[in-house]
Design a protein around this ligand. Structure first.
Ligand code: DC
Length: 219
């Protein structure tokens, strides 16, 4: 039997950073489900397939191979796309792509397969609600849109990218709106998820809090 920790929450709440750190400390395999949606979006860009071309998207899904290794590297059809899937063209396409039912069906199967037989910490939007409704631990990690925008601007700065706070904030609000209001698997807190607000916490404090929650559930 595998042990599953589900971490859901909006873009920029710190899921990626926190999941990685908690996974390392507790020896859980870290699975970033957003990366699987990003791989589909990238493959569409590579093949010049548009959102409305459902048959072509289905063909992509029938042939897609997505792998993640323990260093957090992501491979799309054998190619290392770890960095490529974080670029702007993918950022722009991934949110609409994630609203397509055919895409979600296929990725649900892939995500469950990746986790099979392993002790995992899996982050996304619908892990506790759809992918693993029986997860051992469910956490909903949140922060205000303003704080998430502030973090994203800092992150960009570290990467040498200058970005305007207002633009980043608007982008985050738009994405929240789309992710929360889509018909299929919208972003929402599972009833039995524990709500963690990271707005006024440091990374270390969030990690400590989540490890505490996991250890409580284990005992
Ligand atoms: O976490 P991220 O920014 O890499 O996610 C990219 C997109 O994929 C985001 O717009 C929402 C979507 N997504 C989803 O719908 N369900 C998930 N489990 C993970 C991500």
């Amino acid at each position: 039997m595998s042990f599953v920790v589900a971490i859901d929450g909006p873009a920029g709440a710190g899921k990626g950073t926190i999941t990685k750190l908690v996974g390392e400390k507790l020896g859980l395999v870290n699975i970033d489900t957003g990366a699987t949606f990003r791989c589909v979006a990238l493959n569409m860009l590579q093949k010049n397939v548009k959102m409305e071309e459902e048959e072509k998207i289905q063909k992509i899904l029938d042939n897609i191979n997505i792998e993640m290794n323990s260093d957090g590297k992501v491979f799309l059809n054998g190619e290392d796309v770890t960095h490529r899937i974080r670029e702007n063209d993918v950022n722009n396409l991934v949110s609409p792509v994630s609203t397509l039912q055919i895409v979600r069906n296929k990725l649900l199967e892939i995500q469950r397969n990746i986790a099979k037989g392993k002790n995992v910490i899996m982050e996304g939007r619908d892990i506790g609600t759809v992918v693993f409704p029986n997860a051992n631990v469910k956490i909903y990690l949140d922060a205000t849109a303003e704080e998430r925008a502030r973090r994203r601007v800092l992150q960009n700065k570290e990467k040498g990218i200058e970005s305007s706070y207002e633009e980043v904030l608007n982008g985050i609000k738009e994405r929240d709106e789309r992710d929360s209001n889509r018909k299929i698997a919208p972003l929402k807190k599972a009833e039995d998820a524990i709500y963690v607000d990271s707005t006024n916490l440091t990374i270390e404090q969030v990690v400590e809090k989540i490890i505490g929650i996991i250890n409580d559930k284990k005992s």
